[in-house]
Design a protein around this ligand. Structure first.
Ligand SMILES: Nc1nc2c(ncn2[C@@H]2O[C@H](COP(=O)(O)OP(=O)(O)O)[C@@H](O)[C@H]2O)c(=O)[nH]1
Ligand SMILES: [Mg+2]
Length: 303
């Protein structure tokens, strides 16, 4: 299945959230202001946020005027164009090291899918022939370490771990040393994201970052914030909160399969300026796809 179809399938409910209430409305209607208002309401209800929803509908109005559109049947294509414009600056590429190991730090609150995403990334990079090392720097719960070890086995890569309660910065230090010694290409660092204790999380991530910067100049090459797509506006709030704690460089939106709230990706990118790099479309090892703006916009905007 191609990327377009994967997005289309994964975004089924999010698409339904927009068009479920609109398609009937379009039939036999003239293109008038009340239609635009209904479109606005539908986008807001589909978790695209007030600002971004108003912005997109205004853009659709402009495009419709330019193209002298009179039949509302032409609106989905214009909405898709407006959404693609919202993603115009989104660069989904991952930065890599010019020499030596590339290191990605993965942050986000508990349960959003950090460990799963790391497992999926490890499998993907492994398939590409890159040697991967995982750093179990979420030392808060023993189960979190075991879970990462399991993913390491599945993906066929080494996992650097200490015991529960150990200093995350020490785990990362050892993982970098192992990566240098074993000539690894990629180090993926799991972390515990206890955002309810902001000062503590900030201090912990600052210490981890200090070790990374000292041991691997130029790293981390990406700080990936993982958010759970099913939480809608809460994911947007987490993006705002994490930006205050650590310099996030990219976003991973998980669990887009089976949620009607996938639209939240648009305001996170447009309003928070965090580029979305990956989307999770299932629990399986292959269910992580690089973000593709055209496929995403078509997946939501074409009924
Ligand atoms: N359906 C679905 N489930 C996911 C996805 N990503 C993660 N999960 C599930 O979310 C739960 C929490 O994931 P986990 O990686 O442990 O989250 P962490 O606490 O942030 O490390 C697990 O049951 C995963 O299988 C996804 O893209 N789609
Ligand atoms: Mg975890």
């Amino acid at each position: 299945m191609g990327l377009f179809d994967k997005f289309r399938r994964g975004l089924e409910k999010s698409r339904e959230a927009v068009w479920g209430r609109l398609t009937g409305v379009f039939q036999g209607r003239k293109l008038d202001e009340s239609l635009y208002e209904q479109m606005e309401e539908a986008l807001i209800a589909a978790d695209m946020g007030v600002d971004t929803s108003l912005w997109m509908v205004e853009r659709v109005r402009q495009l419709a005027r330019q193209e002298k559109l009179s039949d509302p049947a032409g609106l989905p294509v214009l909405l898709q164009r407006a959404m693609e414009e919202a993603f115009a600056d989104n660069d989904a590429r991952m930065r890599t090291a010019e020499a030596g190991p590339t290191l990605y730090l993965v942050v986000g609150v508990n349960g959003v899918g950090k460990t799963t995403t790391i497992g999926k990334l490890a499998a993907r990079y492994g398939k590409e022939g890159r040697k991967v090392i995982l750093a179990a720097a979420d030392t808060f719960r023993a189960a979190a370490i075991e879970q990462l070890v399991e993913w390491g086995t599945r993906a066929g890569c080494d996992v650097v771990r200490h015991s529960q309660g150990a200093d995350p910065a020490a785990v990362v230090y050892d993982a970098i040393a192992a990566a240098k010694a074993r000539r690894a290409d990629v180090v993926l660092c799991d972390t515990a994201g206890r955002l309810h204790n902001k000062a503590h999380l900030m201090a912990e991530l600052a210490k981890v970052n200090k070790v990374i910067a000292r041991e691997l100049p130029g790293a981390p090459h990406e700080v990936l914030l993982v958010v759970d797509g099913t939480t809608g506006q809460n994911a947007l709030a987490q993006a705002k909160a994490f930006k205050e704690v650590v310099s996030v460089t990219g976003l991973v939106v998980t669990k887009l399969d089976g949620t009607a709230k996938g639209g939240v990706v648009v305001p996170i990118v447009r309003e928070e300026g965090i580029p979305v790099k990956w989307v999770g479309l299932g629990e399986g090892i292959d269910d992580l796809e690089p973000f593709d703006a055209a496929s995403f916009a078509a997946g939501i905007c074409r009924p």
